[in-house]
Design a protein around this ligand. Structure first.
Ligand SMILES: O=P(O)(O)OC[C@H]1O[C@H](OP(=O)(O)O)[C@H](O)[C@@H]1O
Ligand SMILES: Nc1ccnc(=O)[nH]1
Length: 503
């Protein structure tokens, strides 16, 4: 049908296209149908909303559609049913456990990027990958397709280093220390991060507390060539664009299928031109990889995928059996990370992991002799050079380089859980801590999260504080308290775990 464009001031995150009920009836269109707007030689795909927001003869476009396409009020366009993309058949092949050909994977990625595949089809694809997986041929095809459907970056300052965690462990603010340490040594490290997938705060969510993380590739190039590093959100416009759309489905299901994880990470590294990449695989109970054998197998996949992409990859298998540091949630983690950079002091789990990973990168980049990297990294941190570099990065990314951790606001609705008995802390449940922080509102509410007062192996007396929940509202706080009471995330030897009566 021919229609006049009307901008609908709504951000639906579903690329919504609105038409009036009378027009929908005449065109035999139904809610959530995939529809196409044709104007000139361009095509815009979106999910149909039938509504009186628009008048007969009008087609409404939401703000998220306008983020990708220039349309103005009053333009005359054609609105037609889009039908079912061929790539849906390929998704069903993967649902049936069949191997996908390179061209089929490319079609799926292209249709995700063009928004021909709606949330429902993308979730089906992610679920199929969780159940049936991808082999290395499919993973490499997916990685390159994800990278090449977006912009690629060519940074002049070589060699280009990179570091990326597969995530999964709460409080993993490590790379916020690693990046400035490595850059302070004179190496180039254009770090891209995703927002939280299974955790309560992705690195992009944490950095966004004190600096902008959404930039175009030209802006990233300028930042990196100026200060040698960045800490930005990989989901920014047109940078491996399929990645953030599949992550949205992963986040809803709190899953991260191995093949998609490999492609998600390495597509960003490939797009930004990283040459030497260190992958962190946190390993332990309650994270994405639970055993060292599984971690070694995943490490081999990352190294093989890197070879196919022309990138040198090393992998660090790290301890992931409990949260990193003492804080979980964007603002709380930002405070802890900045304080560690300012003082060189902080929880051993954070400082030791950060200097360990940074040390490997210093050796990979040739600025530290083999075996001397961690010591050099610690010297850079202790000397204040890492903090000076971080201030350069913060300023280049539009933040306040004079920021003080104590000035960062956190949720003021709090509740502290105390030890029910005396004894040694025997375990901290990663998934429960993440669940409590997310119930409190993280990562969307940056001030929400959990502060840990104890770690595994520490001795407590009955009544000692174990952890504090921060939330932005009493409602969220109550939800987090209920979740915490149900999951009891911190176990102390000697405590009564359950009492079973004659129920
Ligand atoms: O823990 P979950 O949310 O599953 O994984 C996502 C997190 O892991 C990676 O960390 P980094 O950017 O390498 O520090 C991602 O960028 C993101 O921050
Ligand atoms: N799936 C992913 C895990 C961690 N980081 C990413 O960028 N993607």
């Amino acid at each position: 049908m021919r229609a006049t464009v009307k901008i609908v001031d709504a951000y639906t995150d579903r690329y919504s296209i609105f038409i009036h009920p009378e027009d929908a009836k005449a065109a035999k269109l139904h809610p959530d149908d995939l529809v196409k707007i044709e104007y000139g030689k361009r095509s815009i795909y979106g999910s149909l909303v039938i509504s009186s927001f628009v008048q007969p003869g009008e087609v409404g476009v939401s703000r998220d559609v306008l983020q990708l396409h220039n349309l103005s009020d009053g333009e005359v366009v054609e609105v037609v049913p889009a039908g079912t993309p061929e790539s849906v058949r390929y998704i069903k092949k993967k649902m049936n456990g069949e191997k996908l050909r390179k061209v089929e994977i490319e079609a799926i990625v292209r249709d995700i990027v063009d928004r021909k595949l709606r949330d429902i089809e993308i979730s089906s694809f992610v679920t199929a990958l969780e159940i049936n997986g991808l082999d290395m041929d499919e993973t490499a095809a997916l990685t390159i397709a994800m990278a090449e459907t977006g912009d690629m970056l060519d940074i002049d300052r070589k060699p280009i280093m990179d570091v990326h965690s597969i995530g999964g462990v709460p409080g993993n603010k490590t790379n916020i220390l690693v990046v400035p340490i490595v850059a302070a040594a004179g190496l180039t490290i254009p770090k891209t991060s995703s927002r939280a997938i299974t955790s309560a705060a992705g690195t992009a969510d944490v950095v966004e507390v004190f600096a902008n993380v959404t930039f175009s590739l030209d802006e990233i190039k300028s930042i990196v060539e100026k200060v040698g590093a960045c800490l930005v959100w990989g989901g920014a416009l047109n940078f491996a664009p399929a990645d953030d759309l599949t992550i949205k489905a992963e986040r809803a299901l709190s899953i991260d299928p191995t093949g998609l994880m490999l492609a998600s990470i390495m597509s960003k590294k490939y797009a930004i031109g990283s040459q030497y990449i260190l992958i962190d695989i946190p390993t332990g109970k309650g994270v994405k990889v639970e055993t060292v054998d599984q971690a070694r197998a995943l490490a081999k996949d990352f190294i093989e995928l890197g070879k196919r992409l022309g990138q040198y990859v090393e992998v660090a298998i790290t301890y992931g059996g409990q949260p990193i540091g003492h804080t979980v949630g964007p603002a709380l983690e930002a405070k802890e990370a900045l304080l560690a950079l300012m003082t060189g002091k902080g929880p051993g789990s954070l400082i030791e992991k950060a200097t360990g990973l940074a040390g490997i990168l210093l050796e990979m980049g040739g600025v530290a002799p083999p075996g001397a990297g961690k010591r050099m990294a610690k010297e850079i941190l202790d000397s204040g050079k890492a903090w000076e570099k971080m201030k350069e990065i913060i300023e280049a990314q539009g933040g306040d380089p004079n920021i003080k951790p104590e000035d960062i606001p956190v949720g003021d609705k709090t509740y502290t859980f105390v030890a029910p008995t005396s004894g040694y802390v025997t375990s901290i449940d990663n998934r429960a801590i993440t669940g409590i922080a997310r119930a409190a509102g993280a990562p969307e509410d940056k001030g929400a999260g959990v502060e840990l007062y104890v770690k595994v192996g520490e001795k407590v007396k009955e009544g000692d504080p174990l952890f504090k929940i921060h939330a932005g509202s009493e409602t969220r706080l109550e939800q987090a308290i209920v979740y915490a009471r149900r999951t009891e995330p911190i176990r102390i030897e000697g405590m009564v775990l359950q009492r079973i009566g004659n129920i």
